[in-house]
Design a binder for this molecule. Structure first.
Ligand code: IPM
Ligand code: MG
Length: 368
């Protein structure tokens, strides 16, 4: 049976950026012995408009039978008034939960050509290569009880629950340690054990896991606020950062920005081996520039590359796509978000086309 890729473009710039990643898939199918079946469906606000749900059951079933899902982005002002559990974001949270995508990998890598796009000094970000491993199906995002209650005296009370069990902590910890072994062999585990019991348990369980199975990896614990500060002060001290759902959400946006643009950062959300993975850019749906062919499709193209590596076991093709992206950046082509002096500004679709033609040269070089 042919492996299946489900494409969920989503809202805002989602359809534009995903279309460029789809061009890359098309190129690989035509030129690189990559035989997959592609299906499209809706998620987020688009799905709400069409099905009345931000993620329909039928879409979910399609995704369950796929090897990988490539998503654009969800959300936008159009759905601001929609009831809470039908918001576009609820569709994303549901697919993460239903497919048990507990491990969210968010690499922050600074391409040499983009060193100047970072708001930090070039000497601080040059060569930067960090991997944030964010727990994605637990914590305060899903904890019960949650809600807003009326206290009856003109006051209301909003509450959420931060909760983690030992098995959830050890499961994400193991992903981080395994990945660190293939990189620089260092894990920094972040929580707020100074104020939260869930953080205390996190620290104890990561320490125990490390002692029992990973004592060859160097482990450091750091309070999440300190980590936010250290990411700006000296980001290259980090290799793999493992953290919970909420801190991971925040720290990964920060790490993304070190690289110059949120428009460059891919992500993979993985479950147990053999189960479908979800691949999406870290950035949002950017409604302000949607439909203008201005968005940066590289985070989505790099997310596709992660899918090739982690779900399709085609590391060879992932290497090619990453080399092509690097070549395009080296050639000076830039979308508006990463534009700098002396470079050539290109549109979203021109960027996608540039990656496809760079793939031609990468492949020719490989063959030579
Ligand atoms: C992310 C996003 C989501 C999150 C939103 C859109 C629900 O910010 O993937 O980082 O908070 O997880
Ligand atoms: Mg986020």
């Amino acid at each position: 049976m042919t492996d299946k890729l489900v494409i969920l473009p989503g809202d805002g710039i989602g359809p534009e950026i995903v279309a460029e990643a789809a061009k890359v898939v098309g190129w690989l199918k035509d030129n690189a012995d990559f035989d997959i079946e592609i299906e499209h469906d809706l998620i987020g606000g688009q799905a709400y408009d069409e099905y009345g749900e931000p993620l329909a059951d039928s879409t979910l079933e399609k995704c369950r039978s796929a090897k990988a899902i490539l998503m654009g982005s969800v959300g936008g002002p159009k759905w601001d008034g929609v009831e809470y559990n039908k918001r576009p974001e609820a569709g994303l949270l549901r697919i993460r939960k239903e497919l048990n995508l507990f491990a969210n990998l968010r690499p922050a890598l600074v391409f040499d050509a983009l060193v100047d796009a970072s708001s930090l000094k070039p000497e601080i970000v040059k060569g930067l290569d960090i991997l944030i491993v964010r727990e994605l199906t637990g914590g305060v995002y899903f904890g019960e009880p949650r809600g807003i209650e009326d206290l009856g005296n003109g006051e209301r009370r909003g509450y959420n629950t931060q909760v983690y069990t030992t098995s959830e902590i050890k499961r994400i910890g193991a992903v981080a340690f395994d990945l660190a072994r293939k990189r620089s062999n260092k894990v920094t585990s972040c929580e707020k054990c100074n104020v939260m019991e869930s953080g205390m348990l996190w620290r104890e369980d990561i320490t125990a896991l490390h002692a029992s199975a990973y004592d060859d990896v160097s482990l450091e614990h750091m309070l999440a606020d300190n980590c936010a500060m250290q990411l700006l002060r000296n980001p290259s001290q980090f290799d793999v950062i493992v953290t919970d759902n909420l801190f991971g959400d925040i720290l990964s946006d920060e790490a993304a920005m070190l690289t110059g643009s949120l428009g460059m950062l891919p992500s993979a959300s993985l479950s147990e081996p053999g189960q479908p993975g979800l691949y999406e850019p870290v950035h949002g749906s950017a409604p302000d520039i949607a439909g203008q062919n201005k968005a940066n499709p590289l985070a989505t193209i790099l997310s596709l590359s992660m899918a090739l590596r982690y779900s399709f076991e085609r590391g060879d093709l992932a290497d090619m796509v990453e080399a092509a992206v690097k070549d395009v950046l080296d050639s000076g082509k830039r979308t508006g978000d990463i534009m700098s002096e002396g470079c050539t500004e290109v549109s979203c679709s021109e960027m996608g086309e540039a990656v496809c033609s760079a793939l031609e040269s990468v492949q020719a070089e490989k063959a030579a």
